[in-house]
Design a protein around this ligand. Structure first.
Ligand code: ADP
Ligand code: MG
Ligand code: ZN
Length: 193
């Protein structure tokens, strides 16, 4: 068996891969790793993120340890769909970071993209800082081909961290922030601190 270089064999159906976990668990790292491998396989990859997330950069998807890849910002699910449809036939892989912050029918849009042969990779928080499911993320997990649930390391005790703890005041569920505002904690330290 040998690989033909430069040849893309269109798949008959796509897939949905979900990468979830608390903040700092490596979701964006894993998303970009998969995106990079797809690029090496000469597939056309588009990376999207919500316009609300301008923490490190407006143009790039960026990890907390500064790995970056070029991305586009989207206002909502419909906007994302239109952008993919705008270059239909040329996009093989759609990678979406911080999916929980994209308003609209993301579950439907991801399902449609899969039906049309796109490999969809999404990364996002599974729980908010109250430890409740983040928006419709659970529905996305339910329909996914693959679910990867990553763990961070607890800032206080070094155990596996499943939860994101908010360090600052504020009751809004959506409050985009970094290491000053949030930390990853285990259950024990979530309840204790
Ligand atoms: P996520 O997208 O899940 O927030 P990233 O992929 O952007 O995470 O970044 C993961 C990186 O963040 C780790 O490789 C590590 O260098 C750094 N990091 C900072 N704090 C923590 C923590 N508490 N647990 C694990 N990684 C952390
Ligand atoms: Mg991230
Ligand atoms: Zn702990």
């Amino acid at each position: 068996m040998h690989f033909k270089s430069n040849a893309y064999h269109k798949r008959n159906f796509g897939s949905i891969e979900c990468i979830v976990g608390p903040m700092f668990c490596g979701k964006t790292t894993e998303l970009l790793r998969r995106a990079r491998l797809s690029k090496i396989a000469q597939l056309n990859v588009r990376i999207y993120k919500p316009s609300i997330d301008t923490r490190y950069s407006a143009e790039n998807a960026v990890t907390h340890d500064n790995v970056q890849m070029s991305s586009q910002m989207v206002e909502n699910a419909e906007d994302l769909q239109k952008r993919v449809e705008g270059e239909w036939g040329q996009v093989h892989v759609v990678a979406i970071d911080e999916v929980q912050f994209i308003p609209g029918k993301m579950v439907e849009v991801c399902a449609q993209l899969r039906d049309r042969g796109i490999r969809v990779i999404v990364a996002g928080l599974d729980m908010d800082f109250r430890r409740e499911p983040f928006g419709e993320i659970g529905d996305l997990l339910a329909i996914a081909d693959e679910v990867v649930k990553l763990k961070a390391v607890c800032k206080y005790c070094g155990e596996n961290a499943l939860f994101t703890k908010r360090l600052t005041e504020g009751k809004d569920v959506v409050q985009v922030g970094g290491a000053q505002d949030y930390t990853a904690v285990c259950e024990h330290c979530y309840l204790k601190t």
